[in-house]
Design a protein around this ligand. Structure first.
Ligand SMILES: [Fe+2]
Ligand SMILES: [Fe+2]
Length: 261
């Protein structure tokens, strides 16, 4: 079966959760029990995910419009809906659980470029390429999918979930937040699978598209995963997880000769 169509079918079956159904009744009490340090770290993570989800929800439409195949556009219609729901979840969480926290103040500012400004630029380039020939459109899409599905979702978000798994204060803590993250992570698994499959198909016999994928990774990856002795242990650990995600994405695409499964 067509890979995009298969993922579209999975999205119809599994992507139907509703952010308003998640029970947030005990969340405030769990925040109150956190140490100051842990609270600041978790607040930073939530604020950064909130900003990231809002950014990708706002910018995705041109990817959907420019995709050459109907099955790819069908899948991306589910992704757009899901990114909006992810944003809705974090908006609700801050509104109901953390009404005094300003997410903008806790957002990891070092991600402003890759997560907000640059993805808006790529989105605008894909939009402009809609009026150009099919080759220009594909060039913009290959860069765009590498940035969106490869770096933002396949590295920043995935490493974020794995880092969270290692840092929850207890298995019972924050049941609502954890359920939200778990649902979102499932959705993101389909988004990443779609993006990596798209790139793998295009790169297979085309060195030109491979060069664009590599150049897009090169623009961000060295700074994201580079060693830095000045960083606190938690940030060092996040970089390690980012590096492992990067290696996985390269294998998914077939850049290092790996298999998809
Ligand atoms: Fe998302
Ligand atoms: Fe996503």
């Amino acid at each position: 079966m067509d890979f995009a169509l298969d993922l579209y079918g999975k999205a119809k079956r599994f992507g139907i959760w509703d952010p308003v159904d998640i029970d947030l009744a005990v969340e405030r009490a769990h925040w109150a029990a956190l140490s100051e340090e842990h609270r600041a770290a978790l607040l930073g993570t939530c604020a950064s995910f909130f900003r990231g989800e809002e950014s990708v929800a706002d910018t995705l439409a041109p990817w959907l419009m420019a995709m050459p195949r109907l099955e790819e556009r069908m899948f991306l219609s589910t992704q757009l809906f899901e990114e909006v729901k992810h944003t809705e979840f974090f908006a609700r969480y801050f509104r109901e659980v953390l009404p005094d926290a300003d997410p903008a103040q806790h957002f990891a500012g070092n991600l402003q470029g890759v997560l907000v400004d640059d993805i808006a630029d790529v989105s605008a380039r894909i939009r402009r390429a809609m009026d150009a020939d099919a080759d220009s459109r594909m060039q913009a899409l290959v860069e765009g999918v590498t940035h969106y599905h490869g770096i933002i979702e396949g590295m920043l978000a995935m490493a974020g979930y794995e880092h969270l798994d290692e840092t929850w204060p207890s298995p019972q803590a924050f049941p609502g937040l954890r359920e939200g993250f778990a649902r979102i992570r499932e959705d993101e698994g389909r988004h990443i699978a779609f993006g990596m499959s798209f790139l793998r198909e295009r790169c297979g016999d085309c060195p030109r598209w491979r060069e664009i994928v590599e150049a897009t990774f090169d623009r961000y990856v060295p700074e994201l995963i580079g060693e830095s002795a000045d960083l606190p242990p938690s940030a060092q650990r996040y970089r390690q997880l980012l590096a492992a995600c990067y290696a996985r994405r390269r294998r998914d695409i077939g850049l290092d000769g790996g298999d998809r499964e």
